[in-house]
Design a protein around this ligand. Structure first.
Ligand SMILES: C[S@@+](CC[C@H](N)C(=O)[O-])C[C@H]1O[C@@H](n2cnc3c(N)ncnc32)[C@H](O)[C@@H]1O
Length: 253
């Protein structure tokens, strides 16, 4: 899937994303809870793939001294910014990155990149000593229900926490690496596919099926009663070695 196609898919689903993306909301909250205690105070901060701002909202509580916000297609989230953020619009894989960052955060975005490992290495290169990357993607087992139905993976780069960690340059300290599952339940296949469409999380897969094939798939799925959709988020927090500038309330060595 090209980045233009990803941009198109998300731009189309933005209005419904905020209310439908319950799993991503939870993922952003989980990532923030993990990163908050280990992030230097008043960070120079980059968020990649901000979308409608689930994570951005929380990141503002860190009172960043400088904030760069990136997305391929989403407009700047409508939030109360203490100072105007610097907008880095476009494909993060090809944009120049700001230097000397204390925190780079990204929730539910890495799976869209053809090579998330290359981006992770670039992120680590622009961190200050003591700086932290806080990332989430999705593991290769994402949406097992759709795989069982013979549908191909909706995003190009599903990686579990170990695979994300394996991309770290030597010397980065892994603070947290975890795989999890979030299971949503739907009363019908229509509800489940409606959720996929409203969030754009399965890329263009639903749209690539012939309507008749989709209809018969839904009929088969509906025979089973209540339906589930299992997200498999993967999380990685890692710190660049070296002295931390200033930590929350205390100096770290
Ligand atoms: C599933 S949404 C997640 C949004 C938000 N981080 C959240 O937690 O809800 C993925 C976002 O990543 C953006 N995205 C996808 N590929 C990207 C890329 N190569 N560069 C920048 N943003 C990208 C999409 O436009 C979309 O807004």
């Amino acid at each position: 899937m090209t980045s233009a196609r990803v941009a198109q898919t998300f731009a189309r689903h933005l209005p419904s994303y905020d209310t439908e993306a319950r799993a991503q909301r939870l993922i952003a909250a989980t990532l923030f809870q993990a990163l908050e205690p280990v992030t230097p105070r008043h960070p120079r901060l980059l968020e990649a793939g901000h979308g409608t701002g689930f994570l951005t909202r929380d990141l503002l509580a860190l009172q960043p001294q400088a904030l760069w916000l990136n997305d391929l297609s989403a407009p700047l989230p409508d939030l109360q910014y203490p100072a105007p953020p610097q907008v880095l619009a476009g494909d993060i894989a090809h944009l120049p990155l700001p230097l000397e960052l204390d925190l780079i955060a990204s929730a539910s975005m890495l799976q869209w990149l053809p090579e998330p490992e290359a981006l992770i290495r670039r992120f680590c290169a622009v961190l200050r000593p003591g700086g932290v990357i806080a990332l989430s993607g999705f593991g290769p087992g994402n949406f097992p229900e759709l795989a069982q139905m013979g549908l191909p993976a909706g995003a190009p780069s599903y990686r579990d926490a170990n695979a994300l960690a394996a991309a770290l340059p030597k010397g980065m300290e892994i603070l947290w690496a975890r795989d999890a599952t979030i299971t949503l339940t739907f009363a019908s296949a229509q509800g489940l596919f409606g959720h996929l469409r409203a969030t754009g999380v399965n890329g263009a897969q639903g749209g690539q099926m012939a309507p008749s094939a989709l209809k018969s798939l839904m009929a088969r799925m509906n025979l089973g009663g209540n339906l589930t959709l299992t997200y498999c988020p993967s999380y990685l927090l890692a710190r660049k070695p070296g002295r931390v500038r200033a930590a929350r309330g205390k100096e770290w060595a």
